[in-house]
Design a protein around this ligand. Structure first.
Ligand SMILES: Cc1cc2nc3c(=O)[nH]c(=O)nc-3n(C[C@H](O)[C@H](O)[C@H](O)COP(=O)(O)OP(=O)(O)OC[C@H]3O[C@@H](n4cnc5c(N)ncnc54)[C@H](O)[C@@H]3O)c2cc1C
Length: 474
């Protein structure tokens, strides 16, 4: 084993830790993480016997290599759970993906208009999310669900967003292949089919963060370092190489740098200006309840005028996430880092509890025993209409540094899931071990919504996973 070569990884999320884990035998690995715990967006907050993830998190993948890796890491620390999620629309809770009950709950006039959309198809040109949804589902469903939900969630109108937002978000939410949603016809057709076979997921009994804990432990067991509470605040360069980073006033020399933090942060630290890549942030209200949960959906989208967009029920993932006889809810309210919500999140607690009661998610405000508020930056990259051009420009500028590699959800400005970040980490570390120059490692094959022209096909295709590795370049 050689310890002369070293690699510094910024970010202890699943992408950074997967890479660190895979390289730990061949490189001296240092992981630098600004939070006090590992896991990034896939961490778990532990408050006594209550364990809350960052919203809903469960492992699912169609990539056999990733599935095996997840099982190898979690070993006995994983249970299999059935999928059960919901959506609140037209004043009622429904199963998600949508089942016939949602159509019955629609006011007759809405159903009539939605059906008319099928016959008199409107066609919008362009690459916007609005065009994508209107062309697939019709103007009526766009007006009553997609537009208000998107504006509430992202603070942008679908007309200002790129259609990749639909490809990555809406399409991926419909994991069950029989519940294809590439057109309103298919949505209706599959909605009336018999209930599809349930998909199963893996979940660690005390929260998803266990996966990151295990990776971090194995890196440290191989003499690697995981530095917590350590934010990178400056990057030093020499010509086309990064030579050091600054962490808490301390200069750390760098041979190879893998960056999984936000792309707009690494460009700022390198003095690259004029790029327009924006991320959404989220405030999580983790509620301890005096009584067991009423809801058994793992998560529920709220499509009405509630202040929040989604509610997760940890007990529906595993009863081991909370004490017996209690309940727990994780309520998500999106915001922008630095805005009024971000600055004063506690001001919204009463409104949230009121909306939970109004929507019959809980019976009464008195059921809430304690609220823990957690503010998380960079939860989603925002795919504005100009995002592809900005992303290309950004990658072009950053590609000039030969020993820099961007990875992960925020690092690649990629609206993805854990399995994508893990799969990308496995592919990238294979390429590094085969000698690829960091700046030349590409990730475009990992993005299923870039790789296909067929909007309805959201599966990760086998040939993309088994993509041959680059020959060593250096
Ligand atoms: C609400 C929500 C629900 C989700 N549900 C699911 C789900 O059910 N299933 C699923 O598979 N996926 C889900 N995902 C997606 C999943 O969380 C991500 O795909 C995955 O965790 C991304 O991992 P990552 O390592 O790429 O990035 P991150 O987890 O973002 O890791 C990046 C790390 O870099 C650190 N960092 C940033 N800047 C600096 C700096 N300057 N210095 C030091 N450290 C820095 C951050 O603190 C962070 O820990 C969900 C995401 C969200 C937001």
């Amino acid at each position: 084993m050689s310890t002369t070569r070293s690699i510094t990884i910024v970010g202890a999320g699943v992408a950074g830790l997967t890479i660190g884990h895979q390289l730990r035998q061949n490189y001296q690995v240092t992981v630098v993480e600004r939070n006090d715990v590992v896991g990034g967006l896939a961490r778990t907050w532990h408050y006594g016997d209550f364990h809350f993830d960052v919203g809903p998190h469960r492992f699912h993948t169609e990539n056999p290599k990733v599935a095996q890796f997840i099982r190898d890491i979690l070993q006995e620390d994983a249970i299999e759970i059935q999928r059960k999620s919901g959506a609140r629309m037209f004043g009622k809770f429904h199963e998600w993906p949508l089942r016939p009950t949602v159509l019955l709950a629609m006011p007759f006039s809405t159903m009539f208009r939605a059906s008319k959309d099928l016959v008199f198809k409107e066609h919008l040109d362009g690459e916007s999310f609005e065009a994508d949804v209107v062309n697939k589902y019709g103007r009526t469903l766009y007006d009553i669900f997609f537009k208000p939900y998107t504006e509430k969630f992202l603070f942008y109108s679908p007309s200002e967003l790129h259609r990749d937002w639909a490809r990555a978000g809406v399409n991926r939410a419909i994991i069950d292949k029989r519940a294809s949603a590439d057109s309103l016809w298919n949505l209706l057709k599959t909605t009336f089919m018999p209930k599809p076979v349930e998909t199963t997921f893996l979940y660690p009994p005390h929260g998803v963060g266990r996966f990151a804990d295990r990776l971090s432990e194995s890196i440290q067991a191989s003499n690697g370092q995981v530095l917590l509470g350590s934010q990178v605040s400056a990057i030093e360069t020499s010509g086309n190489r990064i030579v050091a980073i600054n962490v808490g006033g301390q200069r750390l020399p760098v041979q190879n740098l893998i960056w999984t933090g936000p792309m707009n942060e690494v460009t700022r630290l390198l003095g690259i200006t004029g790029l327009d890549l924006e991320y959404l942030s989220t405030i999580f209200y983790n509620l301890e309840l005096k009584r067991p949960d009423k809801m058994d959906f793992q998560w529920t989208y709220y499509g009405g005028d509630e202040i929040f967009s989604r509610v997760t029920t940890p007990s529906a993932f595993a009863k081991t996430t909370l004490p017996t006889g209690k309940g727990a809810l994780c309520v998500e309210m999106t915001c922008r880092e630095g805005d009024e919500r971000w600055a004063n999140p506690e001001k919204y607690t009463d409104a949230i509890i009121k909306d939970l009661v109004r929507t019959k998610t809980i019976d009464s405000a008195a059921d809430v025993e304690r609220v823990h508020i957690e503010c998380v930056r960079n939860t989603y990259p925002i795919y504005k209409l100009n995002y592809l051009g900005e992303l290309k420009r950004s990658l072009g500028e950053l590609g000039k540094y030969s020993n820099l590699l961007l990875a992960g959800r925020s690092g690649r400005f990629w609206y993805n899931n854990m399995d994508h970040s893990i799969g990308q980490g496995l592919t990238m570390s294979d390429k590094i071990l085969r000698g690829s120059v960091l700046s030349q490692i590409d990730d475009s094959a990992d993005r299923e919504f870039w790789a296909t022209e067929d909007d309805g096909d959201v599966e990760i295709r086998e040939e993309e996973i088994a993509e041959p590795l680059d020959e060593p370049k250096a």
